[in-house]
Design a binder for this molecule. Structure first.
Ligand code: ZN
Ligand code: ZN
Length: 279
């Protein structure tokens, strides 16, 4: 069984009820965090996972809403662990430099804490891996692979696949439908996909919003990707514009026109369990 928890279902638009994009994937006692949007550590703890218990952080792309609180995970993992276990961070090319800049920005804090705590004598231990496609060796019981998505001009962007004991879940991140994602999803059981309501955004006369139309998927497009891949479950997240808490039936209906399987969406901390062959 693989458990999916939507840690943050929001977007760049601040929302008191929705954290920024982040998804928790749990299997075999391991905890993988995909993207680190606003408030990810608070939601992670609400889901019962301390930052020190994160097996790896996986970043789909370097848009700010997906990495805003990566620094919080790095810092909190660092100050709350006692063994020299590195925090593993995986992302597309560019993630290494981004992490280096975050750590550099924490320089004064790292210095203060090392000077003040006798048993804290090292900077955060981080193991960063850059990947575009193929297997990602993290040494756990969950097999992880990456595949290229299409979020241009944000490039490169990637999705992640988690395989555990015959069950497979793909987390797509922000993308339009593309062959790379189709390939990653083939034969998997569930797809977690970010979505925007293009029908609503198209009618809002703000150019900055209109600009988001051409590099995200609508519920219909995400559903078509899910249908092509033959997954049993489609999980929608990163709602733009967000629907009121407890809502989303209209989003579900739009996806259901193109996908006959189970469709899940909801508020932050919505949890979905995936078992191969069952939906
Ligand atoms: Zn993005
Ligand atoms: Zn985004």
């Amino acid at each position: 069984m693989i458990a999916i928890t939507l840690l943050g279902t929001g977007s760049p638009m601040p929302d008191p009820d929705r954290a920024g994009p982040a998804t928790l994937i749990q299997a075999g006692g391991e905890n993988y965090v995909v993207d680190c949007g606003r408030g990810v550590v608070m939601r992670l703890v609400a889901a019962g996972v301390a930052p020190g218990a994160v097996t790896a952080v996986l970043v789909t792309h370097l848009h700010s809403d997906h990495i805003t609180d990566l620094g919080d995970i790095i810092t909190t993992h660092w100050v709350t662990t006692f063994e020299p276990t590195p925090l593993r961070i995986v992302g597309p090319p560019g993630i290494r430099a981004t992490v280096d800049h975050i750590v550099a920005s924490l320089g004064p804090d790292i210095g203060y804490r090392i000077a003040h705590h006798d048993d804290l004598n090292r900077a955060p231990l981080l193991a960063v891996t850059e990947v575009v496609s193929g297997p990602v060796e993290l040494g756990g019981s969950v097999a992880i692979s990456a595949g290229p998505t299409d979020h241009r001009p944000v490039h490169p962007s990637i999705g992640f696949r988690f395989d555990h004991e015959g069950t497979a879940v793909v987390v797509a991140g922000d993308t339009v439908p593309c062959a790379g994602l189709d390939e990653l999803c083939a034969g998997s059981d569930a797809l977690v996909h970010t979505v925007i309501r293009k029908d609503i955004i198209a009618d809002i006369p703000i150019q900055r919003l209109q600009d988001t139309l051409d590099y995200h998927s609508s519920p219909a497009e995400a559903a078509q990707t899910a249908a092509r891949a033959g997954v049993g479950t489609l999980v929608l997240t990163h709602y733009v514009p967000a629907f009121p808490s407890g809502g989303g039936d209209d989003w579900k209906a739009l996806a259901a026109e193109h996908f006959a399987g189970r469709i899940e969406l909801g508020d932050d901390l919505h949890r979905v369990e995936i078992e191969h062959g069952r939906s």
